[in-house]
Design a protein around this ligand. Structure first.
Ligand SMILES: [Zn+2]
Length: 678
């Protein structure tokens, strides 16, 4: 039902408004009218859909985002296959086709065996002293993390690099160094003593042994135990996921000459030279204890252990593109054990993913040309303008805020850069060589190409209009150091957005997403960046104290949610996202009301305008998740599970009136207990 609606809507959007009356994108049959909206708004909006929907075996979760993902993936796959067939094959389209084909070419992958890893494994085998170790680690550094825009903190390499605007001077790019080196997603996966986590630790040790065995490494079991214990020590040095999002703890500019004394044990000069970072005046150390701890382990642990560890990770990282037995072992752990998925995603879907990862902007250009007409962009632009205005008006009405802080907040809103659909300038991939029949080589060259592009940015002027997400990604971003927002074309699709259809639903769905991203500039993290994106305290102490109090109440509200027995939402870890949800829906609601002036706002369903607004909001958060994936989300993700994001409505006064929610209902909050951050 849902899929059919989506396909019809996409057709309408593409062809222009061929139908006269606006359509609804609410899934009316998915509502569960036996639930009182005041007891469980998520279940009211989605209960029937939840009961009728099964998570596909290749997925760890399923909901609006994944449904839209799959739709975009199908479109993208067609575009890639068309690009390959096109007679006027330009070199960019040819690359896209070659990248996809190489991924699909399982026979070549099987025939090559570990061949594509030969050079990397030989370099590891040749490590004879600590300087060699530093050199090999330096050469393997990649730009595979992004702590602020995409909140990607994980890399299985010992360190990760992000080229981002400088905290102190966001006009130029500097290098940020992050902790890494763990195969499992987070330090808590290693440290937790909960039985499920202990079970996972055992499965990871078996996985290490299985990979070594497949690669014919001698004594795989004993080596796996030692590799695991090294990772456990690295995990103990790691900064927690909750502290990782605290930018004040990440603001550690170290001169290169500081490293040998501040993080002793490691041959930093050799490392930086091998990584191409030797001429940087300073490096921002995001995770001091992780960097210090790993540097010390580089000295205290034996070279032979480090070599085993590096060998394992080189193979494990590549295993999706190694012969079938390696790929199957990879899925057994990272798919089934970690997320509960029962079978790998279809190969063509993974090939699309890999092509997006290597040539994201080229594929994006094709996507936008076909699926993002100028009318859609114009309609979305108007919504953004209205919501930005509404956000500004809310700031005007904050009675607790001093005029000085208020002026600064308003000028921050005014100077936001909003990217809609796609970037103004596309990336140039002419320096990247994509070869037929070399899937793993393509990934390796692409990662190196991206790393060199990051190095080339260091010290240069920041382009505030640069995007950190591709147009064909179903998501949206706030880029705090650029004071910028990115709304990719792929999320500007039903049920989030349909230019020709019910605008009230658009406000409840994409409008709340737009409000969410604007609000990130004013959440507990974003509020520490000023209008230029500089990390600076522009608040009066009284104003900031007031803000913290509201934030603490939101932490408590989310800490109380218990999605699995004994396992609660981490209110602190998810605070930024929860503030953005509360403030985002409030701003979008104001914008919708001032566009309509009337809460009844007749539309294509029997619901009033206010009801449609809140239902559209709650329905885009519909999702089912396997317990394994839910545990992992609760431990490592900055977002609360979708169910509680939908229930954000309990902080909005108009929701109570729209659904007649009175004291005694489970979600009821007394007016004074509703959190109003912005
Ligand atoms: Zn967010």
């Amino acid at each position: 039902m849902m899929i059919a609606t989506l396909i019809l809507a996409a057709f309408v959007l593409r062809m222009g408004a061929v139908l006269d009356a606006p359509q609804t994108h609410l899934d009316l049959k998915g509502i569960d009218r036996s639930v009182d909206p005041g007891d469980d708004f998520f279940a009211y909006a989605n209960g029937t859909w939840m009961r009728r929907t099964e998570i596909p075996p290749d997925r760890s979760s399923y909901g609006v985002f994944s449904i839209l993902d799959e739709q975009v993936e199908e479109r993208t796959a067609d575009l890639i296959r068309e690009a390959r067939r096109s007679k006027s094959l330009d070199s960019e389209s040819a690359k896209v086709g070659a990248c996809y084909d190489a991924y699909m070419d399982e026979a070549s992958i099987e025939a090559k065996g570990l061949g594509p890893l030969k050079a990397e494994l030989a370099a590891i085998a040749a490590i004879a002293n600590r300087s060699d170790l530093a050199r090999v680690l330096g050469r393997s550094l990649r730009a595979d993390v992004d702590p602020l825009n995409n909140t990607e903190f994980h890399t299985d390499r010992p360190f990760g690099l992000w080229a981002g605007p400088d905290f102190a001077n966001p006009d130029r790019y500097v290098a940020y160094l992050l902790q890494g080196g763990l195969g499992m997603p987070d330090r808590d996966n290693y440290r937790s003593t909960a039985s499920k986590d202990v079970e996972l630790q055992g499965k990871y040790r078996s996985h290490i042994a299985a990979v070594l065995k497949l690669a014919h490494v001698a004594n795989p079991e004993a080596k796996a135990a030692r590799i695991y214990s090294l990772e456990r020590k690295i995990a103990d040095a790691h900064v927690s996921r909750t502290d990782s999002v605290d930018v004040l703890k990440a603001n550690n500019p170290w001169r290169l000459s500081d490293f040998p004394s501040r993080a002793a044990g490691f041959d930093w000069m050799t490392y930086f030279e091998a990584a191409g970072l030797e001429s940087q005046p300073m490096i921002m150390v995001w995770h001091p204890s992780g960097v210090v701890g790993t540097a010390a382990l580089a000295r205290s642990e034996s070279l032979s252990l480090w070599k085993d560890y590096l060998r394992f990770h080189a193979i494990d990282r590549a295993s999706a593109l190694l012969p079938r037995a390696f790929a199957a072992e990879r899925f057994k752990f990272y798919g089934t054990a970690l997320t509960g998925a029962q079978k790998p995603r279809d190969r063509w879907k993974r090939a699309v993913e890999a092509t997006n990862a290597a040539l994201g902007d080229t594929v994006g250009k094709l996507y936008v040309r076909r699926y993002f007409p100028p009318e859609a962009k114009a309609a979305a632009q108007e919504m953004v303008r209205n919501i930005v205005t509404a956000f500004g008006r809310r700031i005007d009405k904050l009675d607790w805020m001093s005029p000085d802080t208020r002026d600064k907040a308003k000028s921050k809103v005014k100077s936001l850069y909003v990217g809609l659909g796609y970037p103004e300038r596309w990336r140039d991939y002419s320096g990247l060589s994509i070869l037929p029949g070399d899937a793993l080589g393509n990934v390796q060259r692409s990662e190196l190409f991206d790393y060199r592009a990051s190095l080339a940015k260091l010290g240069k002027a920041v382009d505030r209009a640069e995007w950190a997400i591709t147009p064909q990604t179903v998501n949206a971003l706030n880029l705090p150091l650029q004071n910028a927002l990115n709304f990719p074309a792929a999320i500007l699709n039903p049920p989030f957005f349909a230019a020709a259809d019910d605008a009230v639903e658009n406000y409840g769905a994409i409008g709340a997403v737009i409000g969410h991203e604007i609000s990130h500039s004013f959440d507990d993290q974003g509020s520490q960046f000023d209008q230029q994106g500089r990390l600076s305290n522009w608040w009066t102490p009284e104003d900031f104290a007031h803000f913290r109090t509201a934030a603490d109440r939101l932490v408590a509200q989310y800490d109380a949610y218990e999605p699995l027995p004994g396992l609660h939402v981490n209110g602190k870890l998810t605070l930024s996202e929860n503030i953005a949800d509360v403030a985002g829906i409030a701003a979008s609601f104001d914008a919708y009301r001032s566009a309509y002036g009337d809460k009844s706002a007749p539309g294509p369903s029997a619901f009033t305008g206010d009801q449609r607004f809140f239902l559209a909001f709650a329905q885009v958060w519909r999702a089912k998740r396997r317990p394994e994936a839910l545990r992992s989300l609760l431990m490592t993700n900055g977002h609360a599970p979708e169910e509680f994001r939908a229930d954000t409505v309990r902080n909005i006064d108009a929701w109570y009136e729209a659904f007649g929610v009175h004291p005694g209902r489970k979600l009821y909050l007394a007016p004074d207990d509703r959190v109003r951050v912005w």
